[in-house]
Design a protein around this ligand. Structure first.
Ligand code: NAI
Length: 309
């Protein structure tokens, strides 16, 4: 694998601009590519504003903003973006056909040594790589939003991904202050989203069956076991209470938990009615624009506080 200096990020939306920021903050040359110049100027402004906010909260300094911004170049041309890159992250829309096409185009544009990473949230890496020739250098790097604050990146091995590509990606992500983890099997949802949506399925089911209202369900997490989660994962927790107690609880409890392979009828009804959450003002709870904004701000302030770079 080549010494990685040049990064290309394809797609400059919510995730792409943040991923470009991560690499630029650590001195990598970044080419950020999207379909329109206006999208790219907006992305560059977002990066500057993120860096400014972070500096105000003591993450990096104002003096680092100029040098980081100087590392980012933009283009609407895939060839220009990727031909000199040692590492490419694809962060376009979650659409299998589009991702396959971009990976296939990158196959001939980039050097055979270049690692090609996709930021898909749920689509199989093996399927995304299907139309490409150099499949051993294609893998998943699942960043979490916002990528410049959340440390985790799931590095997902496709069916044909080489050890060398996995190792080089791991090293690169460690170098830019991320916390990469290895996902050894290319399964839908990888690890993080499987865990997250197992919890959401149960939460929705509890509301659906009238066991507790939505605010109460969230309170049970926020004021209860959620306080432990940042420092105690479920498996360390299982060991802490004992695998014997965990078994006894599961023997009794699991049969009562939600196990439907379908999305909940309550969730489907809400979507049909247009109760889409923050964006419509009503979801599981009512959201005035002010209340929704307070929730977003609370999350951002919290992440800025707990993030150590
Ligand atoms: P987004 O809609 O904010 O950005 C996607 C960008 O791709 C847009 O700016 C669009 O103009 C651009 N694009 C579309 N076709 C293109 C092409 N042919 N060439 C170059 N750019 C093109 O989407 P977002 O949220 O940033 O998601 C990007 C990827 O990251 C998706 O695969 C998504 O599933 C994944 N992801 C999203 C997370 C989230 O919280 N939004 C979290 C983790 C992963």
């Amino acid at each position: 694998m080549p010494h990685i200096k040049n990064i290309a990020v394809i797609g400059a939306g919510l995730m792409g601009h943040g991923i470009a920021q991560v690499f630029a903050m650590y001195g990598y040359s970044v080419m950020l590519m999207d379909l329109k110049k206006e999208i790219l100027s907006k992305a560059v402004e977002r990066i500057r504003s993120n860096l400014t906010l972070m500096a105000e909260r003591g993450i990096g300094s104002r003096n680092d903003i100029g040098p980081a911004m100087a590392k980012i170049k933009t283009t609407v041309n895939l060839n220009e973006a990727a031909s000199g890159a040692h590492f490419v992250v694809e962060a376009v829309l979650e659409d299998l056909g589009l991702k396959q096409k971009i990976l296939k185009d990158l196959d001939s544009i980039s050097s055979p040594e270049t690692i090609l990473a996709t930021n898909t949230s749920v689509i199989s890496i093996t399927e995304i790589a299907e139309k490409s020739k150099g499949r051993e250098r294609i893998l998943g790097t699942h960043f979490w939003n916002p990528p410049y604050l959340i440390p985790l990146v799931e590095v997902v091995r496709g069916q044909d991904t080489s050890d060398a590509a996995m190792d080089a990606t791991f090293q690169l992500l460690n170098h830019v202050g991320k916390h990469p983890v290895r996902v050894n099997k290319d399964v839908p949802g990888f690890v993080g989203n499987r865990l997250q949506h197992a919890l959401w399925r149960e939460a929705i089911s509890i509301v659906e069956h009238g066991i507790a209202d939505p605010a109460t369900v969230d309170e049970c997490v926020k004021f209860g076991f959620g306080l432990r989660l940042p420092i105690l994962g479920p498996l360390e927790n299982a060991d802490m209470v004992g695998t014997d107690l965990t078994l006894a609880i599961h023997d009794y409890l699991l049969k009562y938990l939600e196990s439907s392979p379908e999305a909940s009828p309550l969730l489907k009804k809400k979507v049909e009615k247009g109760d889409l959450g923050f964006k419509s003002g009503q979801g599981f709870q009512e959201w005035t624009p002010e209340k929704a904004q307070r929730s977003r701000a609370r999350l951002q302030e919290y992440l800025l506080k707990v993030t150590q770079i």
